[in-house]
Ligand binder design. Structure first.
Ligand SMILES: C[S@@+](CC[C@H](N)C(=O)[O-])C[C@H]1O[C@@H](n2cnc3c(N)ncnc32)[C@H](O)[C@@H]1O
Length: 496
């Protein structure tokens, strides 16, 4: 077998047999079920995990070995650049670009290959025997990773090298041809794998073909077949209306534009239509789909809309925050099978798990600061912000009003940021209430938050109705534009 070697390549068995960290997760939030639940496993909740994916993969092994039907990953490509996600401030929506992830590999290509090799090996352990994996890359390293995939999955399980071709941004170079496609390597885990001939994955006919199509008396499309010896033939050739079964060159899906409702402000965000084709082809309803580099959460959003179960992971806490809001506001996004309509359904229950420590949460990204202080590009804060609420109680109904939000470190913050904060609420990006806090797990029973397109948050909650008398603990949580999370507890006494 041909295998790729690099400096420091670990032995397969050393990676797989290394002491398996069992479940390092702690639950941070639960989004209680709205709407439909799964028939198959009633207790299932989709999972959004904040953490370094190698640890996450190891922690998932115990419960999910051979359970995942589809893994799509869009890892860093080792481009040498940094990629941003936009943080918007308050109602005005002024935007700052924060680093989402760095794609510089100071230890060189060997370290990049090692990084992906270890993780893809662990992913294979999670993949069901009829499952598939799609690895999204570009010209920088897809040729090396293809060899690694051959080694891990076997060359016989290679299915496609998909070329996702998109119109390139204008590039100044005149020294080589403009690069305008990404490569998606598709491998199955065995020869017996799910692959659906679903009309929703079809590619549209080209305009030339569409112009030549006619409808017969039953509304079925046909064209007049070809020519012979210079003579036109009049035979009707019938075609399937929904387009053509996809080839491996996908040139029918444009790159995300900032003016679309799908855009989350994440610079390497992928289009939902691209993931739709992959999910519909390679999974069935309620199968589990995972994305361990999930960025703005495109895979999770599409999996949710297509009724699949999902597991997503990212090491960036701002990405996790962005995804949470994307999933919560999905009803306002486009229906994935009928793009002209809104999706209009509430997300199913999901929970957020974390491996990272609280310390990581309480820091300010450098883009907000007057001066660079911390080489890790974040400043840890000594004193946390504070807020106050007013509780309006009327018998067994309560409403909570947010009264203020105080930042103790405004002297560190850039003037242009402070100038965009017109009211205390502009510091806040999200707040939520658990009216019946129990067992150290925060349930987002009521929440209000800003999305890229809808910048208004309400400062007073809906009214919550208690059915039983008793003492309740109410927990209010805020997340501000820096990503700092603050919670406060209150006791409520309900007498019926
Ligand atoms: C190219 S982006 C994914 C974009 C995504 N496909 C989308 O549509 O938004 C790669 C993501 O991987 C995350 N990432 C990089 N290294 C990671 C690691 N070791 N563990 C977890 N996440 C990681 C980055 O934070 C980034 O959000």
């Amino acid at each position: 077998m041909v295998v790729l070697k690099w400096n420091g390549k670990k032995k397969r068995n050393d990676i797989l047999l290394a002491k398996q960290e069992t479940n390092l997760f702690h639950i941070t939030d639960i989004y209680p079920p709205f709407g439909i639940d799964f028939k198959l496993e009633e207790k299932w909740q989709n999972l959004l995990i904040w953490g370094e994916n190698k640890l996450v993969l190891k922690s998932l092994l115990k419960e999910f070995r051979k359970k995942i039907s589809l893994i799509y990953i869009d890892p860093p490509f080792a481009t040498g650049g940094d990629f941003n996600l936009k943080i918007q401030i308050g109602e005005g929506g002024k935007t700052l670009d924060n680093i989402a992830y760095k794609d510089k590999w100071s230890e060189g290509l060997d370290s990049y290959l090692d990084f992906l090799y270890e993780r893809i090996l662990l992913m294979k352990e999670l993949l069901a025997s009829n499952g598939s994996i799609y690895v999204h890359l570009d010209w920088h390293n897809s040729h090396y990773i293809k060899l690694i995939m051959d080694e891990i999955f076997g060359n016989e399980n290679f299915r496609n090298e998909i070329v996702w071709a998109y119109p390139a941004a204008s590039v100044k170079t005149r020294r080589f041809f403009i690069r305008s496609y990404d490569t998606i390597l598709f491998y199955s885990n065995s020869d017996d794998y799910i692959f659906n001939d679903d009309p929703n994955i079809y590619m549209e006919y080209s305009n030339r073909v569409k112009n030549a199509l006619k409808k017969d008396e039953y509304g079925v499309f046909y064209y007049r077949g070809g020519s012979h010896n210079g003579k036109k033939l009049s035979r009707k050739v019938y075609v399937e209306q929904d387009g053509i079964f996809p080839r491996d060159v996908w040139n029918d899906i444009p790159y995300i534009r900032a003016n679309t409702s799908e855009y989350q402000g994440f610079s390497t965000q992928k289009p939902e239509r691209l993931i739709r084709r992959i999910i519909l082809a390679s999974t069935n309803e309620s199968d589990i789909i995972a994305d361990f580099f999930c960025g703005s959460g495109t895979t999770l959003a599409v999996a949710e809309k297509l009724g699949r179960r999902w597991i997503g992971c990212d090491s960036n806490k701002h990405a996790i925050h962005m995804i949470k809001k994307r999933i919560l506001s999905l009803s306002e996004s486009n229906d994935i099978l009928n793009w002209k309509k809104k999706y209009q359904r509430e997300p199913r229950s999901f929970k957020i798990l974390a491996i990272e420590k609280k310390k990581e949460m309480d820091s300010i990204p450098i883009i907000f600061l007057r001066q660079a202080i911390d080489k890790e590009k974040r400043l840890e804060i000594k004193e946390t912000p504070n807020f106050n609420v007013k509780i309006h109680q009327n018998g067994n109904e309560i409403e909570i009003e947010l009264l203020n939000y105080e930042i103790p470190f405004t002297n560190l913050i850039l003037d242009k940021v402070k100038e965009s904060v017109k009211s205390f609420s502009d510091w806040i990006d999200y707040w939520a209430i658990d009216f019946e806090y129990k067992n150290n797990v925060f349930k987002n029973i009521w929440t209000s938050y800003r999305t890229p397109k809808s910048r208004i948050i309400s400062l007073k909650s809906d009214s919550y109705h208690y059915n039983e008398p008793g003492n309740y603990r109410v927990v209010v949580k805020t997340i501000d534009i820096f990503g700092i999370e603050i919670t406060k507890n209150f006791e409520i006494n309900i007498i019926l």
